[in-house]
Design a protein around this ligand. Sequence first.
Ligand code: FES
Ligand code: FE
Length: 459
Amino acid sequence: INRRSTFLSDPVSDLIDVENREVSVAALHDPDLYELEMERIFAKAWLLLGHESEIPNVGDYVVRLMGEDQVIVARAADGQVHVSLNVCPHRAMHICIADSGNARVHKCIYHGWAFRPDGSFIGAPIEKEKMHGEIKSKEQLGLKKARVTVYGGLVFATWNHDGPTLEDFLGDMKFYYDMLFCRTDGGLEILGPPQRLTIDANWKTAGEQSACDGFHTLTLHQSLLEGGAMAGEENTEHESAPAMYGVNVSGNGHSLRCIPADTSWAMMAGKTHAGMTDDERLELMPPPGITKDLLPQVRKNLSAEQLHVFAKAPPVVGGMFPNVNLLFIYSPLRDGTLGSAMVMHSINPKGPEKFEWVTYFFAEKDTPEEVKAMMRAAATQGTGTSGVIEQDDSDTWPHMSESARGVIGRTETLKYQAILGETRPDDWPDKAKVYSGFSKDDAQWNWWLAYRDLMLAEA
Ligand code: FES
Ligand code: FE
């Protein structure tokens, strides 16, 4: 009872020790805290729901999650993407019970109330009997609508209609995300429907790891490093792990690890970038996810500062607050460069001890089909349900959640005390917080501070 009342009045002051950079393990388990997270984070933040290339035609829809709320992401007659709560306003039945499809009319299977893809109410069967009643107008009986922004083709939505725009939510980090999502004329395309895997763990175990936990690579993924399945980090001597050195960028809880082009990225192709100009570097090794013939478009669509980041240390792995993970998986191409699908995950909470790990693969739309096939194969091998990399990661998350179940275990703390501090190389753009050096705890700690801010904000 005490614990409950503590959380309800001040959900985080006992859990997050700002001075010592520690978080109570109890945060990975508590059901009351979980309910507050659903209200204060998942009903407020901008959430990734997929990509508009999944629903190219009018009537196309997919069903996705915002927290534990199912939503219908549909292309309506106006050509726009609409996100509507998948809850019938009559008696709360799910309107769509398939994961995806095409429908000009969504008809509830219970009593037959019908809705358009934009969520508006059409009517109930036997119109003359007025089975929707006369107290409320048809305009008042539509599905609840979320606020939508399509960014680089990615569909984001929030229930916070009066809150910050997606652009404000991303802040300075948009500079880096533009480099990944908005760099070619054709934009990104999704490579097939997402995989979904349920993991018995609290969503924050994967959420905070996505905020640039590079350090675990050396140990948890050691067998992959030894087997050569993870590029550029094959030297598993902890003292000389070149890909651990780079530039972590972080803002508003979002973060990306930028790994120097002349360590991991080029090592895999056996190349060195020393002494080259930005143009020469990009020519030798285009940024992750970009084939050589797309380079002119990248040059056209991005600024000189962004191209410099690509040439020096391209963003390779990271996330978006609160529940997106992002990484590139490489596959060698015939021209000596590397192809790489961009993999994005959303981490969808399904209770305090369960989340869904959703895996999306992306390629630039104008990538040749045979290269896309290689990218998809490499991504499938590395990530998601069958992925050799993420089998390692997803093995740790349930253990951490289980630790939090013990009454003694939950008195332990998670520690973020390996501090690098803000260190911006002279030639690095003045965007977001920049941590240059060995990948330490800075960005992950910023993730928790963003979490704390939202949890303490007015409900
Ligand atoms: Fe949907 Fe009755 S619950 S029509
Ligand atoms: Fe990992």
